[in-house]
Ligand binder design. Structure first.
Ligand code: NAD
Ligand code: DAU
Length: 352
C-alpha cells in the first residue's frame, strides 16, 4: 500500500489513475479538496477497490499519523500543494501554510511512523517529494538548462514556498536519515488540468469565444511535459531512485508561450473549427505581465535518463494533440469545473 497526498489534483489524480491501471497495490489518497481538488477526476475508480479517499490536510499531524499507523504504507508520495503562481501573488498565505508548514508536519508524522518500523519495512520505506523546476529561478536565453546542482533562486511566493519545502525534505534526510527522494519537474499538461493554467485556459477560452490572454510579450519559455510522462518518472524514482537524491524531470520541449498558444489554435481550427470559420488566433489578446515573471525554464533531464533509464513517451506534438482531444471529449468536466459544480461531486458520490 502507498499513501498519496494531493491525489485529487491535476498530477496527483493522473498518478492515481495510472497507478491503479498498472498495479494492484492499494492507494490511500489524502487530499484537502481545495478549489484545485476534484474527485470527479477519480470518478472512473470505485472507492474501496484499490483506492480509498480521505479528505484532510497534510498539516493535520494527528490525521496523518492515524492514516500511517492504520494502513502501514511502504511509501508516501507528496503531491499536495498550492500550485498556481498567479494565486500566490494575490495571496501567499495558503502557500506558506500548505507548502511549508504542511510539508513540515507531514515530514514529522512520517518520521515518527518510519522510526517505528522494523528491519525490512524500515529499509524499504520511501518518501517521495514532488517539486518543481521553478525553485531554480529564471534562465537567460543562452544559459544551460537546470541541472540538479543548480543553485536555488526562487522568484515567486509559490516557488519560494516550494523551495522551502525542498530544503525541509533535504534536512530530514541529512539530519534524521528519513529515506527521501525529491523530483523537480517542468510544466505539465494533459487531462484534468485545472483551467486556470495556460494550456487548459486557452482551450476553454477559445471554445467559449473569449479572449486568449498572453502575459507581456508572450516570449517567456516553458519546458512542457505530458502529465503521464511525469507520472511514469515518479514511479521510476520510487522504484529505483537513490535515497537522498534529487531528480530533474522534463521533456526537452522548450517553447515560447505564444508558440504554444498558436499550436493550440491551429489544432482547434482543425478539430473544432469556429462557427464563423475564422481562425482561433484572432482571439489572442495581450494583457499586463505577471509581476516577477520568470523568463525561461529548461530542464536537463540527463540524470534520470542515465541513472534510471527513464525517457518521456510523448513529444510535445503528440501530447498536445491528445490533450486538445481530451478537452473536446470532456466538455462536461470543463463545464463542471468552470461552473463550480464539481464541488457538489463529493456529496453526490459519497453522500456526505
Ligand atoms: P493542483 O493544484 O492541481 O493539485 C494540488 C492538490 O493538492 C489538490 O487536489 C488540492 O486539493 C490538494 N491540497 C492542497 N493543499 C492541501 C493540503 N494542505 N493537504 C492536502 N491536500 C492539499 O497541483 P498539481 O499541478 O497537480 O501539482 C501537484 C504537485 O506537483 C505540486 O506539489 C506542484 O508543486 C508540483 N508540480 C506541478 C507542476 C505542474 O506543471 N502542474 C510541475 C512540477 C511540479
Ligand atoms: O514549471 C513548473 C510549474 O509550471 C509548476 O510548478 C506550477 O505548479 C505550474 O502552475 C506551472 O507554472 P507556470 O506559471 O509556468 O504555469 P502557468 O500555466 O500559470 O503559465 C505558463 C506560462 O504562461 C507562464 O509564462 C505565464 C503564461 N500565461 C499564463 C496564463 C494563465 C499567460 O501568458 N497567460 C495566462 O493566462
Amino acid at each position: 500500500m502507498i499513501l498519496v497526498t494531493g491525489g485529487a489534483g491535476f498530477i496527483g489524480s493522473n498518478f492515481v489513475l495510472d497507478w491503479l491501471a498498472q498495479s494492484d497495490e492499494f492507494v490511500i489518497n489524502l487530499d484537502k479538496l481545495t478549489y484545485a481538488g476534484n474527485l470527479e477526476n477519480l470518478a472512473s475508480i470505485e472507492d474501496g477497490l484499490g483506492h480509498h479517499f480521505v479528505q484532510g490536510d497534510i498539516a493535520d499531524a494527528d490525521l496523518v499519523s492515524r492514516l500511517l499507523a492504520g494502513n502501514q504504507p511502504r511509501a508516501v508520495i507528496n503531491f499536495a500543494a498550492e500550485s498556481h503562481v498567479d494565486r500566490s501573488i494575490h495571496g501567499p498565505e495558503d502557500f506558506i501554510q500548505t507548502n511549508i508548514v504542511g510539508t513540515f508536519r507531514l515530514l514529522e508524522a512520517v518520521r515518527a511512523y518510519w522510526n517505528g518500523l522494523d528491519g525490512k519495512d524500515r529499509a524499504a520505506f520511501r518518501f517521495v517529494h514532488v517539486s518543481t523546476d521553478e525553485v531554480y529561478g529564471s534562465l537567460g536565453k543562452d544559459d544551460p538548462a537546470f541541472s540538479e546542482s543548480r543553485r536555488y533562486e526562487p522568484n515567486s511566493p509559490y516557488s519560494a514556498s516550494k523551495a522551502a519545502s525542498d530544503h525541509l525534505v533535504r534536512a530530514w534526510y541529512h539530519t534524521y536519515g528519513l529515506p527521501v527522494l525529491t523530483t523537480n519537474c517542468s510544466n505539465n499538461y494533459g487531462p484534468y488540468h485545472f483551467p486556470e493554467k495556460l494550456i487548459p485556459l486557452v482551450i476553454h477560452h477559445a471554445l467559449a469565444g473569449k479572449p486568449l490572454p498572453i502575459y507581456g510579450d508572450g516570449q517567456q519559455i516553458r519546458d512542457w511535459l505530458y502529465v503521464k510522462d511525469h507520472c511514469s518518472a515518479i514511479r521510476r524514482v520510487l522504484d529505483a531512485g537513490k535515497v537522498g537524491e534529487t531528480y530533474n524531470i522534463g521533456g526537452w520541449n522548450e517553447k515560447p508561450n505564444l508558440e504554444v498558444v498558436h499550436t493550440l489554435c491551429a489544432i482547434l481550427d482543425e478539430l473544432q473549427p469556429r462557427a464563423d470559420a475564422r481562425p482561433y488566433r484572432e482571439q489572442i489578446t495581450y494583457v499586463k505581465d505577471r509581476p516577477g515573471h520568470d523568463r525561461r525554464y529548461a530542464i536537463d533531464a540527463g540524470k534520470i535518463e542515465r541513472e534510471l533509464g527513464w525517457k518521456p513517451a510523448e513529444t510535445f506534438e503528440t501530447g498536445i494533440r491528445k490533450t486538445v482531444r481530451w478537452y473536446l471529449d470532456n466538455q462536461a468536466w470543463v463545464r463542471n469545473v468552470t461552473s463550480g459544480a464539481y464541488r457538489e461531486w463529493v456529496g453526490k458520490q459519497y453522500g456526505n
